[in-house]
Design a protein around this ligand. Sequence first.
Ligand SMILES: Nc1ncnc2c1ncn2[C@@H]1O[C@H](COP(=O)(O)OP(=O)(O)O)[C@@H](O)[C@H]1O
Ligand SMILES: [Mg+2]
Length: 344
Amino acid sequence: MTGDSVVTAGNGGADRATSPAAGIAELGAEAARARTSYGEGALIACDRLVRIYAGDGIEVQALQGLDLLVAEGELTAVVGASGSGKSTLMNILAGLDAPTAGAVRVAGHDLAAMSARERLGYRRGTVGFIWQQTSRNLLPYLTAWQNVMMPMRFSDVARRQRAKRASDLLAVLGIAHCADRTPEQLSGGEQQRTAIATALANRPMLLLADEPTGELDSATAREVFGALQTANTELGVTVLVVTHDPAVSGQVRRTIAIRDGRTSSETLRHAEADEHGNATQHAIEYAVLDRAGRIQLPRDMIEPLGMHDRVRLEATEDHIGVWPDAPGRGSRASPPSAADEQDS
Ligand SMILES: Nc1ncnc2c1ncn2[C@@H]1O[C@H](COP(=O)(O)OP(=O)(O)O)[C@@H](O)[C@H]1O
Ligand SMILES: [Mg+2]
């Protein structure tokens, strides 16, 4: 590799790094790439996703231009108030529902443009889905092992291998002892772990779980969440989990908050070890900047400052300040005036 892909005019490439024309050309090319390749390489890419439910003359805009990128291998939590559009998003990603407008790609599948046949193949092979209602995930008259076998009945894998896969999954998720029991002989947590094993049967790239612990007590919820973590770390499946449980969202690296049908903020966590080797958790909250340059400021930040309608912006070298428009409230936080600038 000689770096020949960087083409500059006239100077034989001698000082291509300092040539202003080359710099501008590069920036232009980069901007063009950014325009055409939104979400390239991401496992999930939602681009201004809209879902409108219309009926009885009432229109509900469940998703209002939602943008979301999730990389392969991530375990991500989705949080948000009831009615914010979380299930609508999950159903679209699961191939159970189609968006009204916008683009959505999962593992290279264009979900807005799939035929019925492609949709079926997608639902069987690319995604696994877990409902909140434990009873909805499993067939009541089959044992746990038979439930895990079910999704594989159309696969071209030999039966012996399918049988081994089902047993292995139950073992990895810590429920090998439940193999011969029907759902009614299982606890709520065991049922959800069996549901996870069933959803993983066809080796999906993506596991979607919509409030999988919503009906469980907190100890059982931890156990089920542990199974999702196992799927992510040991089987390499990308996991997206909707949850109300702070104990769950506190344990994932990335939490995405949805408000009014849009991604509004996200929190990234990482553990850092101090000099004694004790791990401390750091969490940083980010606002989502959409491609039109819009951000949504969290209510708990704008309300104490009395911000509404419009705010003043002040760009500095390394950050942008946001100030209340009205003098008085929050005036101590007003941006430096021109006079202050001259003083310093
Ligand atoms: N099938 C439907 N028909 C009409 N409105 C719906 C339907 N499903 C959801 N909605 C509405 O869309 C909005 C988002 O719902 P949903 O995605 O279920 O939110 P969440 O899962 O975050 O609680 C709500 O206002 C809800 O009432
Ligand atoms: Mg929901």
